[in-house]
Each structure stands twice: as structure tokens, then as C-alpha cells.
Design a binder for this molecule. Structure first.
Ligand SMILES: Cc1cc2nc3c(=O)[nH]c(=O)nc-3n(C[C@H](O)[C@H](O)[C@H](O)COP(=O)(O)OP(=O)(O)OC[C@H]3O[C@@H](n4cnc5c(N)ncnc54)[C@H](O)[C@@H]3O)c2cc1C
Length: 198
């Protein structure tokens, strides 16, 4: 409805390397006036924005856990099927080391996110919990997908084998809904009582 509102413009962001199926727009607002009925109700202060961010960061924690699960499954399947020196590469010790490290990362993230879900059910989920999980799971996700990409060798950079897609998407998750550094600054403030944002 507001596409024709004077002062509002949006431009499609092209040439993304991650989350390619999602269309992102660069929104510019210049002296936009809206009737009260069109204003997002309940959004009155940054406290309200923070409530939204708490839940979106929680969801990104789950999404980066899901990315790791997808990458692990695709990597394991590939390793079982790919033959080198007459054997599946899954039978080599160093490939098993990478698979075990991937599984450890994603299991840690599953456990952390399960605990967050419990806190949310109890009405105790705080901004610092969501920030801690978002930072940890997205950082682990980057590590996990890069090990998966490594197991696939040259095919690891080909989108058809899926792991490359997870590899690229992990980059967007690491930065959006607040970067890794921002999440750690939120956690740092909760730990120390000192805000170090600026
Ligand atoms: C796929 C995708 C979808 C997005 N969707 C939306 C959306 O729907 N709505 C929306 O508003 N935004 C959206 N964003 C934007 C996203 O939230 C920002 O890109 C992100 O918060 C980082 O901000 P920035 O790009 O301005 O980086 P910058 O703020 O320029 O940061 C660049 C680097 O500097 C670091 N840095 C900055 N300040 C500090 C500091 N004080 N201390 C230490 N390090 C610092 C950052 O951590 C980062 O590493 C989206 C981004 C992506 C990639």
C-alpha cells in the first residue's frame, strides 16, 4: 500500500552471494508522512525494537543450527558415495575427523538452542541470551560449513552439491540481525555492566 507514499523508495539489492532466493531491498525514507492508522502499532521506542531483535536473533540461532545439520547430512552422503583409491572417502581417518568436528559443532548448537527454547517457555529469555546464542551458533556454523566444503573437494564450490549453498548462506546469517561483534558487545555489557558499543 505504501509503495506510492511520497518520500518512500526501494531498490533491489543485486549480486548477493548468500540467501539468493530472498529479495532484499535498499529502503530510503525521506520526509515520509503517514496517517496514524498506517503506523506499526506497539513500536514506540528502541525497547520495542529490541524485543523483535531478541526473537529474530533466537531464530537465526536455530537457522544456523539447521544450516549445519543440512551441511552435515549432505557432506556425509557425499563422503559415503565418493570413491578415491578404490574406497569411499568416508573410510579415511582425516575425513572422519572433519565429520566428527562438524557433528560436535552442530550438537553443541542444538543443545544451546534447546536451552534457549526452555528459557523462552519460562518467560526468562533475555536479549543477552539471544545475543550469546546468535553469535555462537553463527560462528560455529561458518566453521562447520567450511569443513563440509573441504570434504567435497572441488565439488564443494559447486552449488548443485548443496554444501556450497550452506557455505554461502552461513555468511549472511553471521552478519544480519546484528553482527558477531554487536552480539558479543551485548553479552559483554550483561557480564560486566559496562556498555562498550561506542
Ligand atoms: C541478507 C541480509 C538481510 C538483511 N535484512 C535486513 C532487514 O530486513 N532490515 C534491516 O534493517 N537490515 C537488514 N540487513 C542489514 C544487517 O542488519 C546489517 O548488514 C548488519 O546489522 C550489519 O550492519 P552494517 O552492514 O551496516 O555493518 P557495519 O555497521 O558497517 O559494520 C561493519 C563491521 O564493523 C563492525 N563494527 C561496527 N561497529 C562496531 C563497534 N562499535 N565495535 C566493534 N565492531 C564494530 C561490525 O561488527 C562489522 O564487522 C540485512 C543484511 C543481510 C546481509
Amino acid at each position: 500500500e505504501n509503495k506510492s507514499t511520497p518520500g518512500f523508495s526501494v531498490e533491489k539489492i543485486e549480486h548477493k552471494i548468500a540467501l539468493k532466493v530472498v529479495q532484499n531491498g535498499q529502503i530510503t525514507l525521506k520526509d515520509v508522512r503517514l496517517p496514524e492508522a498506517n503506523r506499526l502499532q506497539g513500536g514506540n521506542s528502541f525497547r520495542d525494537t529490541a524485543r523483535v531483535l531478541r526473537m529474530t536473533r533466537y531464530m537465526v540461532g536455530w537457522a544456523s543450527t539447521g544450516i549445519q545439520m543440512g551441511a552435515f547430512e549432505a557432506t556425509l552422503k557425499y563422503a559415503q558415495e565418493r570413491l578415491q583409491f578404490g574406497k569411499p572417502i568416508a573410510s579415511f581417518q582425516m575425513i572422519q575427523d572433519l565429520l566428527a568436528k562438524m557433528l560436535a559443532n552442530l550438537t553443541a548448537c542444538q543443545c544451546l538452542m534447546l536451552r534457549l527454547a526452555q528459557l523462552d517457555d519460562e518467560g526468562k529469555l533475555g536479549d543477552h541470551h539471544a545475543a550469546l546464542a546468535k553469535a555462537f551458533c553463527t560462528a560455529k556454523s561458518r566453521e562447520t560449513v567450511s569443513w563440509g566444503r573441504e570434504v567435497l573437494g572441488g565439488n564443494g564450490i559447486v552449488a548443485d552439491y548443496n554444501v556450497a549453498r550452506f557455505f554461502a548462506d552461513a555468511e549472511a546469517l553471521y552478519s544480519y540481525e546484528g553482527t558477531y561483534q554487536m552480539q558479543n558487545l551485548i553479552v559483554g555489557k550483561a557480564i560486566t555492566g559496562h556498555g562498550a558499543f561506542i
